[in-house]
Design a protein around this ligand. Structure first.
Ligand code: 3PY
Length: 248
């Protein structure tokens, strides 16, 4: 049994006061402890989360990490620094980073590896553009993205990652993959993991991301290979985020 994971991706939003209200509203609500809940916040606010969320049922994570251990990499944040603030997760390879920061599959793989070295679980994002979907290349694209990460991990490490399928055409557009469309890709991703390790494919949670909202969460989360969600805009409003958590 894989524990459902609902992870918020705040992207580059928030400030000390707004975060504090949002987190208090989430903490005040009853959350079913069968599911895991997490917020992925801008790195500067990790320390705020470390103090507000310590010893609560809500976890926190970062949105990116350096592929390097330490050194002359101005502006980067290392996995050891995230671990210093007891960060449990980090998103790697979000399509916004792949597009705007030209992150390659190999770089994303190195980031995932580096996170695991600091005992932080990487949430590895994969997903196709509209053009790739229309050209019938969805499976090829997501398999290539996932295999790049699989290639640098041993079976034990592979079983510790989380994968997020986020069709690029569904991010920030309000468009969502239908549950059947999402399930089809999730099943392909699980099969890809199973080709390397059945143990890992059973353990790894595959989240759906891309305009998951209160009104479509239940149907998406009911699919057999959808183990949770990576939630963008809706994670910034406590009511919407809680509705998604409660739909799980
Ligand atoms: C979205 O839902 O828009 C996301 O990008 C989640 O990561």
């Amino acid at each position: 049994m894989r524990r459902t994971l609902i992870a918020g991706n705040w992207k580059m939003n928030g400030n000390l006061a707004a975060n504090s209200s949002l987190l208090s509203e989430l903490l005040a609500a009853p959350i079913d402890s069968e599911n895991e809940v997490l917020v992925c916040v801008p790195s500067l606010y990790i320390s705020q989360c470390a103090s507000v969320l310590a010893k609560t049922s809500i976890g926190y994570g970062a949105q990116d990490v350096s592929a390097h251990q330490s050194g002359a990499y101005t502006g980067e944040v290392s996995s050891a620094m995230l671990a210093d603030f007891s960060c449990q997760y980090v998103i790697v390879g979000h399509s916004e980073r792949r597009a705007y920061h030209h992150e390659s599959n190999d770089l994303v793989a190195q980031k995932a590896l580096q996170a695991l070295r600091s005992n932080i679980c990487p949430i590895v994002c994969v997903g196709e553009t509209l053009e790739q979907r229309e050209a019938g290349k969805t499976n090829e694209v997501v398999i290539t993205q996932l295999r790049a990460v699989m290639d640098v991990l041993d079976d034990g490490a592979l079983a510790r990652i989380v994968v997020a399928y986020e069709p690029v055409w569904a991010i920030g557009t309000g468009k969502t993959a239908t549950p059947a469309m999402a399930q089809e890709v999730h099943a392909v991703l699980r099969l890809t993991l199973a080709e390397r390790s059945v143990f890992a494919s059973d353990k790894v949670r595959i989240l759906y991301g891309g305009s998951m909202k209160p009104d479509n969460a239940k149907e998406l989360l009911a699919m057999p290979d959808i183990d949770g969600g990576l939630i963008g805009g809706a994670s910034l409003k406590s009511g919407d985020f809680l509705a998604i958590i409660n739909a799980a």
